[in-house]
Design a protein. Structure first.
Length: 143
């Protein structure tokens, strides 16, 4: 009864292609940090440059890693040239993010996807202090 109620009371946004479910998704078995990043990417509310931002109304959607294409879900995971090596090691069997793709059903692929997110630092918040290329000097105590 819940699924039909959700469909009428709170319909799924057009950009979210994954069907509603009563069961928790297998990627939620990963650590909180990685599971949150995956969920944010799936709902297009992540720190990927092509996802809308509440803070910046006109963001530059270009991928900060390669600078060649918009930083979308599929680019960041499937095609970004800057992430080719890690993708080849962890996600060589992933070619789609459709709701019925193997990625969402196979535990080893889900774990590899989590490792990919972590290793490539995909969808991390932008650095608030990019002008600093090194840590600030240590604070000396009063003498």
């Amino acid at each position: 009864m819940l699924l039909p109620d959700w469909a009428t009371d709170a319909p799924t946004p057009p950009y979210y292609t994954f069907p509603p479910s009563l069961a928790p998704h297998p990627f939620l078995g990963l650590g909180k940090f990685v599971a949150r990043r995956i969920h944010q990417i799936r709902v297009a509310k992540s720190y990927l440059a092509a996802h809308p931002s509440w803070l910046d109304k006109n963001p530059d959607p270009t991928c900060p890693c390669c600078g060649t294409e918009p930083d979308t879900f599929s680019h960041a995971i499937l095609t970004c040239p800057a992430r080719t090596r890690v993708r080849g090691l962890l996600l060589k069997d992933v070619s789609s993010f459709r709701p019925d793709a193997n990625l969402w059903r196979e535990p080893l692929l889900i774990r590899a996807f989590g490792d990919y997110i972590t290793d490539t630092k995909t969808s991390l918040p932008p650095d608030p202090t990019p002008e600093y290329s090194h840590p600030p000097p240590p604070v000396t105590p009063w003498t």
